[in-house]
Design a binder for this molecule. Structure first.
Ligand SMILES: [Zn+2]
Length: 444
């Protein structure tokens, strides 16, 4: 894609990115008019939305603009399960051109629908995400996200094509082939989960290929939480810039938000997805900058509008303008989901806290697993960490020193004593998609 005419061009040269640089007042006016339309559509076409609004005594006319959004009722994941499969659709199947589904851990999956226009919006926001990473036509994008019902593969695929990049739709798995193509095709960007990229790094090392010597320069990583400590490990091991991407099936898939070259929060494509932060207990909107649960409203989705969808992701909105020049707001990286929280001996523990503690210590590898058991009615937490081969080759004292250093650091961050077990490289199971960082064997 080439920069458009002068009046179409956005500061980064892509007409599609223009909304990213819109003056805030103009953006708000756009959000207001889109919200009015989507609320009307949801009310007219989806019984669940109509019932909820009726219960609150509001009609679409009540919502005059974006400032009224907090008057609307919430929706949540169980609403999608309860209306399985098509109960949340606002378009007849004749207008639905794509279905995706996310596998629930229990029971039925949640199903989402897209019209042709919805798919165009999705490709547009993904394109804008990739532009933010510094990618353009001529880049070779290896898409190792799974293709299928999961939104990761196709979401990134169409965005990268819309950008004019060359897409390799390799999907997940067959890691040796991934590395061979990465080298032979001169791949400049890879898209996958951060844990799968760690596996690629391991595998490349075994094959005697140093990723730092390849043209690869950008990683687009998401679909699982990862920390800045992990980012630093990945960036130095592969000599790339590793960027976060945010999205969820219920809203559209990847491309709800993305980091820019500043790597300091994720811009939300808020001309299509309106963000709010609420207190997850009181459900009241929090003042600007407050940390709480992210709630998203789709402002343009036709087949399945989501009104104030509770994401369970914990973050905050960044008020300051970004150095990149984009005016759309940012959220801080999501390192915690209310669903991920472990309660260990009554204390709230997040896996990301443990990850940060582990990776702060030299000699560790970015492969770990948190195991929870119960002994005599008391929760036990064990953290298995892979450490470098040199550590094992060294004297026993070195290893013991590392172990106690890690144990102390973890206890300091989570406030609970954890047993630390150091294991050799490659002894923990590797993941082709999302890593299983937590094994909870405490039973019911
Ligand atoms: Zn920015």
């Amino acid at each position: 894609m080439h920069p458009g005419s002068v009046q179409d061009a956005s500061p980064d040269g892509y007409p599609a990115s223009k909304p990213d640089f819109m003056p805030p007042a103009e953006l708000r006016a756009l959000q207001s008019s889109r919200l009015r339309k989507i609320v009307e559509r949801a009310y007219q076409k989806v019984p669940l939305h109509r019932c909820r609004m009726d219960e609150l005594g509001i009609t679409p006319e009540t919502i005059r603009g974006i400032d009224d959004i907090a008057r609307l009722p919430f929706t949540c994941k169980s609403d999608l399960r309860d209306t399985y499969p098509f109960g949340m659709f606002a378009s007849p199947l004749g207008e639905v051109v794509r279905l995706h589904a996310s596998s629930g851990t229990t029971g039925k999956p949640i199903v989402v629908a897209y019209t042709q226009a919805d798919l165009q919006v999705w490709a547009n926001v993904m394109l804008r995400a990739l532009v933010g990473y510094g990618l353009h036509a001529g880049d070779i994008v290896q898409n190792a996200y799974g293709y299928g019902l999961f939104t990761g593969g196709l979401g990134i695929h169409y965005g990268a094509e819309a950008l004019g990049a060359t897409v390799i739709p390799i999907s997940g798995g067959n890691t040796e082939r991934q590395i061979m193509l990465m080298r032979d095709f001169g791949v400049s960007a890879i898209c996958c989960t951060p844990s799968y990229f760690l596996h690629i790094l391991d595998c490349a090392e075994e094959m005697g290929i140093d990723l730092r010597t390849l043209p690869l320069r950008v990683g687009c990583f998401g679909a699982e939480p990862w920390t800045d400590a992990m980012r630093r490990r990945i960036e130095s091991a592969a000599a790339i810039r590793a960027f976060d991407i945010y999205g969820l099936t219920e809203i559209t898939g990847p491309g709800v938000g993305a980091e820019c070259c500043c790597q300091n929060g994720l811009h939300i494509f808020e001309d299509h997805f309106y963000p709010e932060i609420i207190d997850p207990q009181s459900l009241e909107p929090l003042p600007e900058g407050g940390e709480g649960e992210l709630v998203l409203t789709t402002l343009s989705k036709q087949a399945m509008p989501m009104i104030r969808y509770r994401t369970r992701d914990i973050t905050s909105l960044v008020a300051e303008p970004c150095a990149c020049g984009r005016t759309i707001r940012r959220i801080r990286r999501i390192s915690r989901r209310s669903d991920d929280m472990l309660i260990v001996r009554g204390v709230n523990v997040f896996p990301s806290q443990i990850e940060t503690a582990i990776l702060a210590v030299e000699g560790t590898l970015p492969h770990y697993q948190i195991r929870l058991t119960r002994h005599k009615d008391l929760d036990q937490i064990e953290v298995c960490v892979e450490v470098t081969r040199e550590m094992f080759g060294d004297r026993v004292g070195t290893l013991e020193n590392l172990r106690s250093q890690l144990a102390a650091r973890i206890e300091r961050v989570i406030g609970v004593r954890a047993a630390v077990r150091l294991v050799e490289p490659h002894s923990l199971e590797r993941s082709q998609s999302k890593a299983q960082r937590v094994v909870d064997q405490r039973g019911a």
